[in-house]
Design a binder for this molecule. Structure first.
Ligand SMILES: *[C@@H]1O[C@H](CO)[C@@H](O)[C@H](O)[C@H]1NC(C)=O
Ligand SMILES: *[C@@H]1O[C@H](CO)[C@@H](O)[C@H](O)[C@H]1NC(C)=O
Ligand SMILES: [Zn+2]
Length: 198
């Protein structure tokens, strides 16, 4: 499938998937993550999805992606001084969703946006390579899953980490950012006040 077709497929899927179940979510226990150690509750329904890349090696099956999840968690705890993996969910190129902090706990490292945002990470480095269609599909399914559970506002917006970072990051990578910008829910001017209008 050509990259240019992503947007139209995602729009169609928005309609089709609305009535379907949640994607396959690999739990923290399944990827052998360390137990969750913080419980700062998200304000729900969450309004923003903040898109990230993990800046770690890409993975194409559950064994490899579980290794990456453990590496990311260890890195965030030992090098970034966070209490847990920063992300609420991660997506592998195997099309699986990997549970981080989940729907209810605030993500780490994104300042005041964390309170009402789901931090969603694509495992890999996406400066020149685009994530595959399977992983975009899993991301879209996860978003709709969150809406159906009342965890996410149906008026949600997508933003990229680089738009709200106080440091100079190119996260989620140039290739992935270009695709995020093409999404109909992309917000060019993130504003923390937006959450209060929905
Ligand atoms: C997962 O991917 C790795 C790296 O490509 C490969 O070596 C391994 O055999 C794969 N494992 C399974 C279960 O497919
Ligand atoms: C954010 O939105 C609020 C409410 O609409 C507005 O008053 C404020 O000026 C906005 N801030 C920015 C930086 O656009
Ligand atoms: Zn990021």
């Amino acid at each position: 499938m050509k990259k240019n077709n992503y947007l139209i497929y995602i729009v169609l899927l928005d309609v089709i998937l609305y009535i379907t179940a949640c994607p396959r979510i690999i739990s923290r226990t399944q990827w052998d993550g360390k137990p969750i150690s913080i419980k700062m509750q998200l304000i729900q329904p969450a309004y923003y999805f903040i898109i990230h890349q993990s800046s770690s090696p890409i993975c194409f099956n559950q064994t490899e992606c579980s290794i990456q999840m453990r590496n990311i968690q260890n890195f965030h705890i030992h090098s970034n001084g966070l209490p847990d993996i920063a992300y609420n969910f991660c997506i592998g190129q195997d099309g699986n969703v990997y549970e981080g902090r989940g729907w209810d706990v605030q993500g780490g490292d994104m300042s005041s946006y964390n309170a009402y945002a789901i931090n969603l990470c694509f495992i890999g480095t996406f400066d020149t390579t685009m994530p595959n269609f399977k992983s975009f599909l899993a991301a879209q399914e996860l978003i709709l899953c969150g809406i159906s559970k009342g965890k996410v506002s149906s008026a949600y917006s997508l933003i990229a980490h680089r738009q709200i970072s106080s440091s100079d990051t190119n996260c989620p990578g140039n290739a992935l950012f270009s695709e995020v910008k093409r999404n109909l829910r992309f917000d060019y001017n993130p504003n923390q006040s937006n959450q209060f209008y929905f």
